[in-house]
Design a protein. Structure first.
Length: 95
């Protein structure tokens, strides 16, 4: 056991503290329930974790990992959004 906190479902969102602790359960759930859209917060992902590792090939992935350039904190943060590929989706720039 990695010692990370449990997954806490909140409506259709999942709050995690480090996706690496729940990766097997995450992949199983996404694969079996075929969600249209899912949102993860507090993923703690870094650029060292490639989207392909997660096996979400039927989803467009949008993510913002916390980094030292965007935060004073060294751990935590991160947003990960998956949108099934049959649903049109793209990033909208906000100025």
């Amino acid at each position: 056991m990695c010692g990370c906190s449990q997954v806490k479902p909140i409506n259709t969102n999942i709050v995690v503290s480090s996706i690496s602790c729940i990766i097997d359960a995450f992949i199983y759930n996404i694969s079996n329930f075929n969600y249209i859209i899912f949102v993860l917060t507090e993923t703690w992902l870094t650029n060292s974790i490639n989207n392909g590792v997660l096996g979400l090939f039927n989803y467009n992935i949008f993510r913002f990992d916390q980094c030292s350039l965007s935060s004073y904190y060294t751990r935590g943060g991160g947003i990960f959004i998956g949108v099934r590929k049959d649903i049109p989706s793209h990033i909208i720039s906000v100025s």
